[in-house]
Design a protein around this ligand. Structure first.
Ligand SMILES: Cc1cc2nc3c(=O)[nH]c(=O)nc-3n(C[C@H](O)[C@H](O)[C@H](O)COP(=O)(O)OP(=O)(O)OC[C@H]3O[C@@H](n4cnc5c(N)ncnc54)[C@H](O)[C@@H]3O)c2cc1C
Length: 447
């Protein structure tokens, strides 16, 4: 169908906003915009419930659930996560953090969730709020019309039918598929970071007792780090995030065997897995550290992973995706109602989009560095640095909590300690430089 033929579209295929993708970003933006009276169509290529990785949430997510009216539904499926535990082979003790010790004591916990359940709650909420949700429909093409005339989106239903929609505005929330990023050729691999991951679900993993049962455990090992995320149905998500070169060492081993061999490199994890059983496929993914050159353009915005993703270590992905949807919905609402105020509202949206990845990335790039590891394993609260760090790790980076001076102090100490241990710093910097090099084949299936 050509743009000239769009007048033939029936009115059900005409909308104010078309959202590509029904993950946390897409479903949140669809719900918010429909609630504000815009006609919204959301196209999702899969059918919910569907598997997705990314199960550990941040305390700052909770206020977003509340605004969406989903607090109780998420509580019903979530495992409470009151903190995190770090285990390092270079230290003979473990370090525990509790979100209750953050600067703002009012957000002391988060949830671990099965994404199939969590994402389904969000997409059904979008439909309940009035969005037209179409699952099993993959967006295949977009044509932006001249003179800010909106766009024509083409898609294919999973029974083979083709369809087209005319929309005033396009939201790309297609996650790591980066639909518009690819189309506009604005997606760039992150020059400062590169990692890959393999993961699966286990039954019978040893858990901590009481309030600590749902805490995430991060375990460093020679080639990266593991996550251990307890879920509310008794199973546990375990994954290894490693440098790309390590994935290449898989050779002819099956992904499952490679995963078990990798786990064997981390004795404290092996201990927690005594008697446990793998209850899912083992999956892998790579090339997930990237950003798009811009977050919006005439009649479109990019949300969540469709704009940028860096690394899962601080469990920030779902929060940043949902928060971007709130900021995006405000900007689109202003644009559609008061076009004269568009520029200012999209400039604010862009600021929000850049802020999260920038603040988290400073820590992500350094988390496998020995100096940063020492700071994490021996955190000091002088100048309220530990409280500020915990607030950041809780996702409390968009409000008024005054953590920034304390974080600058923490960064200054990091640079000072790096300087004092210059030889160690230079050798870690060299190692990291070669670790982040891309390999032709990360050795794992990409999803
Ligand atoms: C190994 C790993 C571990 C992670 N762990 C965590 C974690 O513990 N905590 C956390 O917060 N984050 C984690 N993340 C990140 C998290 O998964 C993402 O940041 C989050 O899912 C982003 O949400 P989104 O809505 O932007 O994209 P997604 O959740 O990926 O949703 C995008 C949706 O778009 C659909 N779609 C794609 N293309 C099309 C198309 N052409 N047409 C129609 N539909 C389409 C997809 O089917 C999908 O449903 C992890 C990521 C990785 C790689």
């Amino acid at each position: 169908m050509l743009a000239e033929d769009i007048s033939s579209l029936d009115s059900t295929n005409v909308c104010d906003v078309l959202v590509i993708g029904g993950g946390p970003a897409g479903s949140t933006s669809a719900a918010l915009l429909a609630e504000r009276g815009h006609s919204v169509t959301l196209l999702e290529k899969a059918r919910h419930p569907r598997f997705h990785i990314g199960e550990s949430l941040l305390p700052a997510n909770l206020q977003l659930f509340e605004k969406l009216g989903l607090k109780d539904e998420i509580h019903a499926i979530g495992m409470e996560k009151w903190g995190a535990e770090f285990i390092s082979p270079w230290h003979d003790y473990t370090q525990e953090f509790e979100f209750a010790d953050a600067w703002d004591k009012s957000m002391p916990f988060a949830y671990q969730v099965r994404r199939s359940e969590f994402d389904e709650i969000l997409i059904r909420n979008a439909a309940r709020k009035g969005a037209s949700v179409i699952e099993g429909c993959r967006v295949s093409d977009v044509e932006f019309l001249p003179n800010a005339g909106g766009a024509v989106i083409r898609g294919q239903h999973d029974d083979g039918r083709a369809a087209a929609w005319r929309t005033r505005f396009v939201v790309d929330a297609s996650g790591r598929n980066t639909f518009l990023g690819n189309r506009f050729k604005i997606k760039r691999p992150n020059p400062k970071h590169n990692s890959a991951a393999i993961y699966g679900h286990f039954a019978g993993v040893q858990r901590h007792c009481g309030k600590k049962e749902g805490n995430i455990t991060i375990l460093w090992f020679d080639h990266g780090w593991f996550w251990l995320i307890p879920l509310s149905d008794g199973s546990t998500s375990i994954g290894a995030t490693t440098w790309p070169y390590y994935m290449k060492t898989r050779g002819r081993r099956s992904v499952e065997q490679f995963f078990f061999d990798t786990i064997a490199l981390c004795p404290p994890l092996v201990e927690r897995l005594q008697g446990a059983k793998l209850v899912s496929e083992v999956e892998g993914t790579g090339n997930f550290s990237y950003a798009c050159g811009h977050s919006h353009g005439p009649n479109y915005i990019l949300l969540g992973d469709a704009y940028a993703f860096i690394d899962p270590v601080f469990s920030s992905g779902v929060f940043l995706a949902m928060n971007s949807a709130f900021a995006g919905a405000d900007a689109i609402d202003t644009h559609l109602r008061h076009p004269g105020r568009s520029a200012a509202s999209f400039a604010h949206f862009d600021k929000v989009m850049r802020h999260g990845p920038r603040e988290f990335s400073w820590f992500i790039y350094r988390i496998t560095n020995p100096t940063m590891r020492d700071l994490f394993m021996r955190p000091s609260n002088s100048l309220r640095m530990k409280e500020a760090l915990l607030s950041m790790l809780a996702g409390d980076i968009y409000g008024k909590t005054p953590i920034w001076r304390s974080l600058i102090a923490l960064k200054a100490i990091y640079y000072f300690v790096s300087l004092v241990n210059l030889r160690r710093t230079v050798s870690a910097w060299r190692r990291r430089k070669s670790n982040i090099l891309a390999v032709d084949d990360a050795g794992v299936a990409s999803n």
